[in-house]
Write a protein that binds this ligand. Sequence first.
Ligand SMILES: [Zn+2]
Length: 327
Amino acid sequence: MRCFDAHSDIWADVTNKRMRGETNVFHNRHFENIRKGGVEGSVLVVWVDTLGKRDVETRTHDIFRCVKDEIAETKDFRIVKTYDEMLKAREEGIFYIFIGVEGMAYASNDPSLARLDEYYDFGARHGILTWNEENGFGHSAASGSTEGLSSLGKRAVLHMIEKKMIVDTSHLNEAGFWDIARIMDGRPFIASHSNCRVFSDHPRNLTDDQLKAIKDANGCVGLNTWNEFVDPDRRKANVQRLADHCEHMIDVMGIDHVGCGFDFCDYIEDPDDSEGSDFSSGAVTGLEDPSKIPAFFDILRERGMREDELAKIAYGNFHRIIKDVLG
Ligand SMILES: [Zn+2]
């Protein structure tokens, strides 16, 4: 089964390793596992660890520079910005990447929104307003805040709609989520890497009402492999439990709104980028890295899902969002 992974932080690894003098990081460190797992394309995000030691502006520009250098060097993938560009790369068998943004702290204190445009000009066609920080646009799920988006954050969402960028609610707190649902007013939006509160009552996960709001907007939710989001009891956080999340999403939203946003972190090892977190042991048992993805679809098959349903989860639903939003 071919698969589109709607959330990956590989650019962070590319940046860390290029800063230490490595080249062709995607090819040497990631491509084999990705191909083994059947991943045909992905959203790779510009992510800055805003809770770490690095200056946000410097780190953002380091990522821009390292990713540009990596792109100039590689023959393994192509950056795409539209549905048709994606289809062309897909037909040619070339791994396709949409650039995304995970946390806009860099842009969130700029009332002109020129820094948001800087992401777009860099190639980003997707964005999440916050990572785990609170910034000038809004409050993260991790913050515990019950406040919604700032007025600048609301303008940022409208600007993203105008620019035809995919609006992603993962990491936002619930009040921010509902602000976005209102602003989108029926236009599709996503939660690229969030699971169900019903199995793990973590603020990064979604309530059934939130799932329904995404369905009503014809959006999509990506299943996340991070163990805490799968089950609060790490011993139960395995690939079977992730399949439970998938089935629950289908029960609540139907088959057309579930996708993959696996958020693999097996390669994130730089202590400067993982303050207080043990990324290396973050993924669920049985789905620790992209090479194991086929086992996940085998479980869904065993539970009675048809091939056409699996194809929607594996890539079809997120492809529809790409077509609807990016054109
Ligand atoms: Zn994330």
